[in-house]
Design a protein around this ligand. Sequence first.
Ligand SMILES: [Mn+2]
Length: 302
Amino acid sequence: MRVHILEMPLDFGANRHGSDMGPSAIRLAGLRELLFRLDHKTEKYFSPLNISPQEYADEGNPRAKYSAPIVTACGQLANEVENAVRCGAFPLILGGDHSIVLGTLAGLSPALKEQHKRLGVLYVDAHGDFNTADTSPSGNIHGMCMAASCGYGLEELTELYTPGRKVDPANVCYIGVRDLDPEEKLLMKQAGVTVITMTDIDRMGFSSALRMALDFFRERADAVHVSFDMDVIDPMFAPGVGIPLPGGLNYREALLLMEEMARTGLVCSAEIVEVNPVLDVRNQTARMAVELIGRLLGDTVY
Ligand SMILES: [Mn+2]
C-alpha cells in the first residue's frame, strides 16, 4: 500500500497542551520501520507550515478557542487528504489533538463523493466530541469536532474547506465511549449517530460489540475512516493522553479492533490523535499507537 503520512503537530483544540509533540513521539516509536516491515511504501510526508505554537497564538473566541489557526491548518490537511485519496494512497494522519478530524473529514468527503463511495466513520474515543460552541463547558474545539463534521455548530467549522456536513451522522459509529456531557448526549441522539459505550461492551462482551461495529460498516459504507483517540484505551496502558479516564478498552481489545477493521477491507484512511508525550511514561502511549497502526495496516501475530 502507498501511504501518505500527514503530521498535524497542533494542540490548539485541547486544554492540556503537549499533543503537538505527538507526531514526533510516534516517529520515535518506530512508525517508519513498521511501515517498511509491512511492505508499505511511504510515498509522501507532510507537516503544515507556518503554524505558530499555541503559546504564541491568540485564543480568539472563548467559546471556540483558537478556531482561526485550527481552521487554517485543517484546510491544509483537507487538501492533502483529498489528494491522497484521489491518487489511490492511504492517508495516515498523526495528531495533534482531535480537532484535526475536521480537516481529515473535510478532505475525505469530496474525494469519496467523486468515487461514488459512501463514507463511514469509526470514532474510537472515550468522549463524544459532539458539543457545539453553545453547549461546550470548556470552549475547546477538540470537544466539538465531530458535531461540526456532522454539520452542527459554528459556521467557520461546519463550512471548513467544502460547504456543509462532511459525513452523514447515520454512518458514524462510536466505540469505547464513557463520558458525555448532558447536552452533548442529546445532540448525538438527535443527530442519529450509533454509539457502542463501555457499558454496552461490559454487557455484551467485547467480541459481540466488535461484531456490531463491523456489521454496521459492512451494511452502510464503501470506505471507512478510523479516527482513533488514544484516550479510549485505559490509562493503565495509555497514560500519555490529555484527558485520561479509567474504565477504557484494554490493550488486547484495542489491537483486536484494529485487526478486525483491517480484515473488512473497507478502511480507506486513519488517524491517531491525542498522544501527549508530556504526560506519557517512557513513550509507551506512542509505542502503542504504532502497534495499533500496524494492526490496521495488515500486521498479524501469526
Ligand atoms: Mn476525541
